[in-house]
Write a protein that binds this ligand. Structure first.
Ligand SMILES: CC(C)(COP(=O)(O)OP(=O)(O)OC[C@H]1O[C@@H](n2cnc3c(N)ncnc32)[C@H](O)[C@@H]1OP(=O)(O)O)[C@@H](O)C(=O)NCCC(=O)NCCS
Length: 262
């Protein structure tokens, strides 16, 4: 890796490059969705992506040569973004993956739009896990989709002056992991019955609770599912599906912070 690294936004002329990198067998084997797709479908998706002001794609150049790419798509809740990235075929293991992740997460565009970044890596994708750990992401446990097992990663970006207070009504076994995640990310504090936001994890909601606060109801089954959100301060298309309960709680806290700040 040279000393002449530059991060720039995707442009129209990157369309073919992004497709060629994505369908390269050495990249494809690490994607959660490994279905092949024709170039015309990619082209439609790519130009839609460029036209969407809520999506961000970056290329890393080393002395003018494109060596890695990363993109940020809105995740399940407001203020939360999902990362996917790859080094150019033949350019892995040279530090470009870690560099583009660091530079893009620190970019003004991403700092302005996101309070939380999330990512998923296949459980056997060790290089990818290394770069997320190196860049300060928190390991939020496992998830499963498209028949694949993966690890979920979280990086809070918000400067939290006052963490959100959340009351959890859940099995103690859930709470241990949640409290570990909250103390590592600083996104929220677990509070008592006076907390304005209550999260019911698979528990029934009483009439009294229904009318007293912001309520979020997480169904915990195969995946975590947010199926009831009363007085949530933004429109949610319910149900919202998550890969695991930690990811759900982190996004709930981060989206409440985001909505307070915007
Ligand atoms: C994951 C990816 C983006 C990482 O980028 P990269 O430029 O290769 O990563 P870096 O060179 O910055 O770091 C890779 C680290 O993994 C290590 N590594 C490489 N192969 C490894 C292996 N088989 N087992 C363990 N560690 C390995 C490298 O030694 C390096 O660690 P080190 O710096 O401590 O030595 C890149 O490998 C890639 O594009 N892979 C295919 C697509 C992909 O997996 N995308 C991520 C899906 S979320």
């Amino acid at each position: 890796m040279g000393n002449d690294l530059k991060l720039r936004r995707w442009q129209e002329s990157d369309c073919r490059r992004i497709y060629d990198w994505r369908v390269d067998p050495d990249v494809m084997r690490w994607c959660i969705d490994q279905r092949m797709f024709p170039y015309d479908d990619h082209k439609r998706w790519f130009f839609g992506f460029l036209a969407d002001s809520n999506r961000y794609g970056f290329i890393l150049e080393d002395a003018g040569e494109a060596v890695a790419q990363i993109r940020f798509d809105p995740a399940e809740l407001p203020g939360c973004y999902r990362i996917s990235l790859a080094a150019a075929p033949g350019k892995t293991g040279k530090g470009y993956g870690s560099s583009i992740l660091r530079l893009a997460c620190q970019s003004e565009e991403i700092r302005d739009c996101a309070t939380l970044l999330v990512a998923e890596t296949l459980t056997d994708n060790l290089p990818s896990q290394k770069i997320f750990v190196r860049n300060g992401f928190f390991n939020a446990g496992h998830g499963r989709s498209h028949g694949a097992n993966f690890i979920c990663w979280l990086l809070p970006l918000a400067v939290v002056h006052q963490p959100v207070l959340l009351q959890f009504l859940a099995e103690p076994t859930w709470l241990e992991d949640i409290e570990r995640m909250l103390s590592a990310t600083g996104l929220a504090l677990a509070g008592d019955a006076t907390a304005r936001v209550k999260i019911f994890m698979g528990t029934a909601v009483s009439d009294e609770e229904l009318y007293s606060s912001v309520l979020l109801h997480l169904n915990i089954g195969e995946s975590a599912l947010l199926d009831l959100a009363l007085r949530f301060p933004a429109d949610l298309k319910l149900p919202v599906e998550f890969y695991n309960p930690l990811l759900a709680v982190a996004q709930i806290a981060a989206s409440l912070l985001y909505l307070q700040q915007n």
